[in-house]
Ligand binder design. Structure first.
Ligand code: KIV
Ligand code: ZN
Length: 509
């Protein structure tokens, strides 16, 4: 296998907004995509794949908005190897500072025979023609050989050579179904460098899925074999088992620089904030023991470990919390803290709000500090998550009263301010939350299906805030909502209403 060249630069290509968004329950609306894109841009991601412009008007609008907003990163749109798709990508991307058209076609026997119903020669011709067409529109074109890891290597080499000759600056080798094993995937990448004569004219990329839990390991093997670009998502979200978690790839390359000897441009101190923003907008929390960004990733429970870390952090820490953007030794905030200190903490936690929003959050923080003795970072993050993902409040909770117990049917009376007046409804349900949601449905007159609901305590104490996340289906679309309160029924009602407000704001657009 080819040795990695010292000082070689590896690019990071983020597809959280495209492949990540394809994972069940992770769909994002325009506002949410812009929030995540701003974190990726602040992180100096080399390329942000903003969506698949030809797939729907909503995707087209998101790619266009991200392309216009992003300042540092290149912005890509995925498209099939078809002129109409390529045109749509270009139309959505053309105002980007650094646009990239990303076109793809499958090259494995199973995809060519059963999905495309095309011969290898036809696939070769279409791939080359698509790249030539895209290059007439845009200088930066990436071609992906879908299902490359299950393709015939000789055919793969032929296609790579052809698309590079046609002008592709990046050629991506996806392990589309997460089938590869690190040693073998590394050899596949190395074989490209040995077999494709014009390989030096393009960057070879690796795009790995996690079906066997090997996406990050395969990506690292690809880097060792000479890949110049790694693709993945924040928190590893993506179809099925997900994509390679970019924060894990980055921290492995950084922590084991002695082994990999490559450089990269992303700012790892922005990882924590980016991870939190993806968790906030998708409502999908990472597990506590998730590498790099899980709640326990830097927590030391065992006394012997704590003692070692206090004496010298390197006894049990191979990387520092600061290196991913978690500040150490912070001042505890409480009811006497001022707005400046509060805003500074928000920024350390990765939230950059305008001063009006800081004012709103600060008022909420003060209210919470009156009710709770200690306001932790987790509390502040939860407040900020709520604001960051909130749509305009077209329907607002005025009050609710529940009557519930283990021997009676739960009843909820909900008052909402909606459409210029207060509306009240009473409903019964199998519990106070069910009754409250039914009362809200009756007021709004919407046909809604609750697809997912979770409730967790932000901190451990009994006066903790409850944080509710809901996913609500209306027709084909699913809307996320987030609610927070020291009363769990109120948190749930607020989350449900937040999702409805996202729906209403989309309808109003
Ligand atoms: O997994 C895959 O093959 C992809 C390509 C379309 C790049 O996402
Ligand atoms: Zn993929």
């Amino acid at each position: 296998m080819k040795e990695a060249q010292a000082g070689r630069r590896v690019k990071f290509f983020d597809t959280t907004l495209r492949d990540g968004e394809q994972s069940p329950g992770c769909s994002m609306n325009l506002r949410e995509k812009l929030l995540v894109a701003s974190h990726l841009d602040a992180m100096q991601m080399d390329v942000i794949e903003a969506g698949f412009a030809a797939s729907s008007p909503g995707d087209f609008a998101s790619v266009q908005a991200v392309a216009e907003m992003v300042k540092v990163s290149a912005v890509a749109s995925l498209c099939r190897a078809l002129t109409a798709d390529i045109d749509a990508s270009w139309e959505a991307l053309k105002k980007a500072k650094r646009p990239r058209i990303h076109t793809f076609l499958a090259t494995s026997p199973i995809h060519m025979e059963f999905k495309l119903r095309m011969t290898p020669d036809q696939v070769y011709e279409q791939a080359v023609a698509a790249v030539k067409y895209a290059r007439n529109l845009c200088d930066d074109v990436q071609f992906s050989l879908e299902d490359a890891s299950r393709s015939d290597p000789e055919f793969m080499f032929r296609v790579i050579e052809g698309v590079i000759k046609a002008g592709a600056g990046t050629v991506n080798i996806p392990d589309t179904v997460g089938y590869a094993i690190p040693s073998q995937f590394g050899e596949l990448i190395a074989s490209i460098f040995n077999a494709v004569p014009n390989v030096g004219d393009a960057v070879i990329a690796a795009h790995c899925h996690d079906d066997l839990g090997l996406a990050v390991a395969n990506s690292l093997a690809a880097v060792q074999a000479g890949a110049g670009q790694v693709e993945g998502t924040i928190n590893g979200i993506g179809e099925r088992a997900g994509n390679a978690a970019l924060e894990e790839v980055a921290m492995a390359l950084r922590t084991r620089a002695d082994l990999f000897g490559v450089e990269f441009g992303i700012d790892t101190t922005k990882i924590y904030a980016a991870s939190k923003s993806v968790q906030a907008v998708t409502g999908s929390r990472v597990q506590a023991n998730k590498a790099i960004v899980g709640d326990n990733a830097f927590a030391h429970e065992a006394g012997i470990h704590q003692h070692g870390v206090m004496m010298n952090a390197e006894t049990y820490e191979i990387m520092t919390p600061e290196s991913i953007g978690i500040p150490r030794n912070k001042m505890v905030l409480g009811k006497h803290s001022g707005r400046h200190a509060f805003n500074q903490r928000l920024q350390e936690l990765g939230f950059n709000f305008e001063s009006d929003h800081v004012k709103v959050l600060f008022a909420e923080f003060k209210g919470l500090a009156d009710r709770k003795k200690v306001v932790s970072d987790a509390d502040i993050e939860a407040l900020a998550r709520g604001l960051a993902t909130q749509a305009e409040e077209k329907a607002r909770l005025e009050r609710f009263v529940i009557n519930s117990g283990n021997t009676i049917t739960s009843t909820s009376t909900v008052n909402l301010y909606y459409d210029g007046h207060t509306v009240e409804q009473v409903a019964i349900g199998s519990g106070p939350i069910d009754a409250s949601f039914k009362a809200i449905n009756a007021i709004m007159g919407l046909d809604l299906k609750l697809e997912a609901f979770s409730l967790s305590a932000v901190t451990d104490d009994t006066d903790a805030q409850g944080e509710a996340n809901v996913k609500v289906r209306h027709g084909k679309r699913v809307y996320n909502g987030h609610g927070l309160s020291t009363d769990i029924v109120e948190a749930s009602v607020r989350a449900y209403l937040a999702a409805i407000n996202v729906l209403l704001s989309e309808q109003g657009d």
